[in-house]
Design a protein around this ligand. Sequence first.
Ligand SMILES: [Zn+2]
Length: 432
Amino acid sequence: MNQKSKIAHRPPRSLPSDHKRRENTPASFLLFFLAFLSLSACRTWQAAPYDFPKPADTSDQPVAMPEQKTWQAGSVFADNRFPAARLNDFRQEDDSTFRASILPENTPVNPSPWYAFRLWAEQEQDIRLVLDYTHARHRYFPKVSRDGKTWEALDSSRFSMLDTEDALLALRLSPDTLWLAAQAPAGARQVGQWCARQSLHPAVQWDTIGRSRLGRALWMLDIGEGKPRKKPLIVLLCRQHPPEVTGWEALKFFVDEILADDETARAFRQQYRVLVFPLLNPDGADLGFWRHNAGGVDLNRDWAYYRQPEPRQVADRIVREAGRNHSDVLIGLDFHSTYKDVFYTNDETETPPSLPGFKDRWLSELRAGLPEFEFKESPSNVGAPVTKGWFLTQFGAVGMTYEIGDDTPPEAIEQKGRASARVMMRLLEKER
Ligand SMILES: [Zn+2]
C-alpha cells in the first residue's frame, strides 16, 4: 500500500479549508460555528481498518474455561483457586512422584506454557513433581513463594528436564502452602493496585476506558501537566499476552522515570502527554491463559480489524485522544516478553515516521549508557497486524515492540526500563 492511501486512513485533524474563501459576516461565522459544533458532537473516533500485508484471522475461537479445584493425591494437595492460576490436573505416579498437567486455553497457541498453582502436604515430605504441558515444551524457570507476594527463583539444584518436553522439580512440601508459578503472577488486582498508587501523583489521571470480553476493566493512565491540547502523545501498551510479566516489570520502571521529581521529567510532562494501557488482556491474565483473550485470539494480531473488544476500545481511545486534542502520536511502545531482550522495530526506509531516525538515536544512546547490556534490534517491514505496524500506519509514529527476556534478571530489567525512559525524554526535549 502506498504512502497516500496510508495517510488517507489517518483521522482528519481539521475541517476542510474552503471556509477561508467565504465572506466574514457574523452570519457565516455563526453557521460555521454551528457546523463545527455538530461535527464535533457527531464524530465517533474510530481507528481505521487497514490491509496489512500478512492478514490474520482474529474471529472468535472457543476457549476452555479453567475449572477451579483442589486436588488430593495421597497426602499431597494442589489447588488453582486464585487469579492467574493454571493447573489442569494433578495426580500421583508412584510413592514420591506427582504429575501436574498444564494445558492452554485453546490451540493452536504460541509455546508460552504458563503455570501457577499451590501445593501442600499433610506432613513434611520430599516429592518429585513433573510439569507436563502436552502442547509445548517447558519454558519458564519455576518461581516459588511462601505467601503469594514475595517470589524467588527455585534453587537450580532442584530443577532438571525429565525429557525434551517436561520439567522435573524436587520440592519439599509441608502443611504450609508452597506457591509455584512460571513468573510472579500479575493479574488485574496487582495491576489495579499499581494504577491506584500511580494515581496519587498529581500528573496522573486513572480512567477505566472500557471492558474486556468478560467485563474486567481496561485501564488507562493519562500522564501530563497542563492542558492536553496539541500536546504530542506517547503511548505505552502492555500485557496483550498474559505470561509476559518481565515486560510489565520494565513498563513500571519506565513510568517511574516519567513521574520522577526532577527537571527533565517535569519539563517532559509539561510538553508531552503519555497514555499508559497497562493490561490489555485482563481476562487472559486472571484466567492463567498462555496467550489469548477470552475470545480465544492473539490480541496482537487484531490491530487492523478490531474484532476483539480489547484492541477495539484501546485503539479507538488513542485515536480519540489524538483527534480531539489535535495531538500527534509520536511514539507507541508495546511491552512484551520473549526468550531474549530485543526491540522489534519498523524498517523506516519504506515508510519514515514523523520522527525519522529517532529510534536509532535512542538505541545508540542506550547502548552507550549501558554498555554491559545488549540492546538488540530486529527491524522489519509492516507485516502482520501488530501494534508496532499499527502505530506507524495510523499515526506515522515510531512503533516498537519492547521485548524483555523471560529470564532477564530483575536488576537488568530495572536499569533498562529506567534508561529507556530517560533517554527518550532527553531526546524528545531536543525535538521541541
Ligand atoms: Zn508478546
